[in-house]
Design a protein around this ligand. Structure first.
Ligand code: F6R
Length: 242
């Protein structure tokens, strides 16, 4: 596990966007795994800026997002599809057919999970997966207790996640209680992983991720077993590390 310590959110986003841009440029076809939430927003803005400055093109990029709320469609401003369109896809030259998220309003959610997993397999491996970190150690929406052998599946969100994500909604009761998420095993099959964490409220989780035991009770700890993972943390998020 490589650890990159940076000063602040801006440096974290710059570091990550440079990696993503360099890797896209060095490859004929690039499969990029993406996350939503506050953490990668700066990274996405930097990618948009680089595209506008003609530094990079996304024509040969295929993306797979980690997760989506069940019950929220593309036109719902709280859906992750809407978030990704707004924060990235609408502003770059990616082929919309290549920008994949699970469909949270599929009539058969179980089938949707299987199809999403199969689509990743058909496309080949994810070259680089970007991850954020839940305060409870979740990655994607794999909550504490999720099996390390899990594949894309439907999951119940725990109270800590609903509470943390309620900041995006008008009322806490509006936060969906279920989601589709790529599984831990699906994530671990990515060739490379970059996890981003910024701010004091992530410090405890970062400590457990880096220094704690590998356990399904803290899903992100599985990353200690991945051969090519980089944790990019700012000073505040690193503040509890030995
Ligand atoms: C969302 C996702 C989640 C978030 C995590 C941190 O697609 O995968 O695991 O990365 O909840 O969220 P933020 O970045 O908002 O602190």
């Amino acid at each position: 596990m490589k650890i990159v310590k940076v000063k602040d959110y801006q440096e974290m986003s710059e570091w990550a966007s440079k990696q993503v841009i360099d890797k896209i440029k060095a490859s004929d076809q690039f499969v990029l795994g993406l996350a939503t939430g506050s953490t990668p927003e700066g990274l996405y803005q930097n990618l948009i800026d680089a595209y506008k400055e003609q530094e990079v093109s996304f024509k040969n990029v295929i993306t797979f997002n980690l997760d989506e709320y069940i019950g929220l469609g593309a036109d719902n401003p709280n859906s992750y599809r809407y978030f990704m369109d707004e924060k990235l896809f609408n502003h770059i030259d990616i082929d919309p057919k290549h920008a994949h998220l699970p469909n949270g309003v599929a009539t058969d959610i179980e089938q949707e999970c299987k199809d999403y997993e199969a689509l990743i397999k058909e496309t080949g491996e994810i070259d680089l997966q970007i991850l954020g970190l839940g305060v409870n150690g979740h990655i994607g929406f794999n909550e504490p207790g999720t099996s390390f052998s899990s594949r894309t599946q439907m999951t119940d969100l725990v109270e800590a996640t609903i509470e943390a994500n309620s900041r995006f909604f008008d009322h806490k009761e509006d936060v969906p209680t279920q989601a589709i998420t790529m599984g831990i095993k699906s994530i671990m099959e990515s060739n490379e992983i970059i996890l981003l964490a910024s701010g004091e409220n992530k410090a405890e989780a970062v400590k457990q991720l880096v220094e704690g035991e590998v356990t399904e009770d803290f899903p992100a700890s599985v990353l200690q077993k991945h051969p090519q993972v980089t944790i990019v943390i700012d000073e505040a998020a690193a503040s509890l590390l030995k």
